[in-house]
Ligand binder design. Structure first.
Ligand code: BGC
Length: 709
């Protein structure tokens, strides 16, 4: 349909019809046969009204969506197709590692493959829009939802975000196997105070623009079709009614022209926040702020008409919101084919097919991070191995948004090892009870592998924690085993970096497996036994203790930095009882063996404002295995009119190297990479001295200085 036809359709619609387009209900309104049995009284709706709303959330399955679309279009006065939206976060039924793990692959192209497969499966099941990716910046692992983000770094998040959007949408989301992507949660949800979900945020304008909004800018530029508002406040105003955020920053400044949707009942909740007097006031503030669709609350439905009649809201505002929704339906091709890709046959053919399972496994190979290795890894199948801990046989390591997956198909750590290494001498004690049998076996084992951490029930929405140490039970288990045999490999599962300083000091090897998805434990087994060389890098710093939070690698400077020696220094910026540094920083991760780096060279030490310089290193894979090396480029502005971070990631290449292979890697540096918000909030670069590092992680000292003319 062309724009004129869409405009004509809008003109023909009654105000009531237009308002219904702005309403989204969830699947609780319909039974399995598509009959409305839901909470219509609670929403003061007629039985017919749920069929006339513009979009539904949480309905899935080709047959169901085809049927419901028919019913809805029949009752919709202009037979406008509904949009079907769902949280397809780290896969639909083939589940990939959780996003914090995907971030740890340091491989944005891989993230694009993940979302492309998720889109192929979900679109066959009739879903047209995904509430994904979540591109919130996360620096506080008390917040349970850090698992849904790709990490703490603005630049890495931005690359992940744009690739994930592209994987879902492709060049044309009407194409088969593609869907619209709704980025969330706008904005700074990851900065909720003290890591407590749904809380307020307190951010400087600099931090908001320079850290938290970078991924949004990139995802909008990549063409994300929708944006979801966040539950939190910014500048004391809930995001869903925050006009400056939604209109001035998102639409005016970032140029977003797609659909904005509230989070689940977030518009109604502004009444609880105390910033809206009642439902009518919430409706007025929501539409004025620029929130187009109200998810699962009824303020628009019951109050917009009256607000327009009394002149408090102009009908033009409603028209603009409806047009954006109609344009999205059109971009998905729904006016020509309202079922989009819903196909029972394709569902059978594509969902959890072998190709997708293989990708789930190979993605996990790059997401698992080796944090410590005193030489105990990789294992050999000649060793006597004991594996202990309930997580070794827990299917609830699939991931918190694996809602539609069949968990029975999840490969557990035990299944991964037994299937791929049947010849290995492994005894399993898949329990968190420290039994005499287990200790006796551990005492005589060559290696004990402990599966510790958290399963998916401890992370995700509303799973905040005030203490992110390892549980008492798991600490006791580690200590009991350590007392009989210190040759321990600890595998940590979970969706948040935990604080494990004592364990890390004692264990011989430490592996962060995250929540690895449907087939990720095959990858885990291959890493443990050395068939795959680990290549993941932490996408979020692993703190030393809860009290350090929030923490990130590139912290801003202080006037009294702690001297670079250990110990306590009076009147400097440090803690009495903990180091300043995280246990393992962002970007950190080991492989089996070393990749060496030559000193960085530059083709010029002076960067002209409109020019470029090239930085170069030569790497050599000294491991006995092939490796995928995440080569990281960091920059620092040595002097600024406002304080500048100690270092910032500004470039990344994931390079495959065969054993013994050398490769030259180059990065081009241009002036725009050096920009920041100055004291007057202008986005500029300032001439002067800069430092550049290229290396294996954010601790690298392989640096060179240059000047911006
Ligand atoms: C979450 C969103 C999600 C929505 C719909 C909310 O509770 O915050 O991330 O997309 O529910 O399921």
């Amino acid at each position: 349909m062309d724009e004129n036809k869409l405009q004509k359709l809008l003109q023909e619609m009654t105000l009531q019809e237009k308002i219904e387009q702005l309403v989204q209900l969830d699947s609780s309104f319909f039974d399995n046969d598509g009959v409305c049995t839901g909470p219509v009284e609670k929403f003061a709706m007629t039985e017919e009204q749920p069929y006339r709303v513009g979009s539904l959330l949480g309905v899935r399955g080709a047959a169901k969506i085809i049927d419901l679309q028919d019913r809805m279009m029949a009752l919709q006065p202009h037979h406008i197709p509904a949009l079907f939206m769902l949280d397809v976060i780290h896969g639909y039924q083939t589940i990939f590692p959780v996003p914090i793990a995907i971030g740890s692959s340091f491989n944005p192209e891989l993230a694009e493959q993940v979302t492309a497969v998720a889109a192929r499966e979900a679109s066959a099941a009739g879903v047209q829009v995904t509430f994904s990716p979540m591109i919130d910046l996360v620096r506080d692992s008390r917040w349970g939802r850090c698992m849904e983000a790709t990490g703490e770094d603005p630049w890495l998040n931005a690359r992940m975000a744009e690739h994930m959007v592209r994987g879902f949408q492709g060049d044309n989301m009407a194409r088969k196997g593609k869907m619209a992507s709704c980025i969330k949660h706008f904005a700074a949800y990851g900065a909720v105070q003290a890591g407590r979900d749904y809380n307020v945020t307190e951010l400087s304008e600099h931090t908001l623009l320079e850290d938290y909004l970078v991924s949004y800018r990139a995802a909008v530029k990549a063409g994300a079709a929708m944006v979801m508002t966040a539950f939190n406040t910014i500048d004391r105003k809930p995001c869903t009614t925050n006009r400056r955020l939604l209109r001035d920053i998102l639409r005016e400044d970032m140029g977003f022209d797609g659909v904005v949707i509230s989070d689940f009942s977030a518009l109604r909740e502004t009444i609880v926040f105390g910033t809206s007097r009642d439902h009518a006031d919430a409706a007025r503030q929501g539409i004025v702020a620029g929130c187009d669709i109200e998810m699962m609350s009824e303020c628009y439905l019951h109050h917009l008409e009256e607000l327009i009649r009394t002149g408090e809201v102009s009908e033009t505002m409603v028209d603009e919101a409806v047009m954006r929704i109609l344009r999205l339906k059109n971009a998905l091709g729904l006016f020509e084919n309202p079922y989009k890709d819903a196909s029972v046959e394709d569902e059978k053919r594509l969902i959890f097919c072998e190709e997708h399972q293989a990708l789930s496994r190979s993605v996990a190979e790059e997401c698992i991070v080796l944090l410590k290795n005193d030489g105990l890894l990789p294992l050999s199948d000649k060793q006597k191995i004991v594996v202990a801990g309930a997580l070794a046989q827990d299917r609830e390591i699939t991931g918190s948004w694996a809602l539609f997956a069949d968990w029975n198909q999840t490969i557990t750590m035990r299944k991964g090892i037994e299937t791929l290494y049947p010849q290995a001498d492994v005894t399993f004690f898949p329990s968190d009870n420290v039994t005499e049998d287990m200790l006796a076996a551990a005492r005589t084992a060559d290696v004990v592998i402990l599966a510790l951490g958290e399963n998916q029930r401890s992370t995700g929405e509303s799973q905040s924690k005030a203490d992110i140490s390892l549980s008492k039970e798991h600490t006791a288990m580690f200590e009991a085993v350590y007392a009989v045999n210190p040759r321990i490999v600890t595998v940590l599962f979970g969706g948040r970096p935990l604080a494990v300083p004592e364990l890390a000091a004692k264990t011989s090897a430490l592996v962060e497996a995250w929540l690895p998805g449907s087939c990720g434990c095959y990858a885990l087994a291959d890493i443990l036994f050395g068939r795959v060389n680990p290549s993941g890098r932490l996408s979020m710093s692993m703190p030393y203790c809860t009290g350090q939070l929030p923490i990130s690698y590139g912290a801003n400077l202080t006037g009294r930095p702690k001297p670079e020696k250990d110990g306590f220094f009076a009147f400097t910026s440090n803690y009495l009882d903990a180091p300043n540094e995280p246990l393992y920083p962002f970007g950190y991760g080991l492989s089996y063996g070393e990749v060496s780096y030559s000193p960085v060279t530059l083709d010029s030490y002076i960067l002209q404002k409109d020019g470029q310089i090239t930085a170069c290193v030569t790497m050599e894979n000294r491991c006995e295995l092939p490796v995928k090396e995440a080569v990281q480029l960091y920059l620092r502005d040595m002097h600024g009119s406002v304080i500048r971070p100690e270092r910032e990631l500004k470039g990344l290449q994931k390079v495959s190297l065969q054993p013994g292979e050398s490769r030259q890697v180059t990065f081009v540096i241009t002036e725009d990479m050096l920009r920041f918000y100055d004291a007057d909030m202008h986005y500029v670069s300032e001439p002067g001295a800069f430092r550049l590092w290229i290396g294996h992680d954010s601790l690298t000292e392989n640096s060179v200085d240059f000047i911006l003319a």
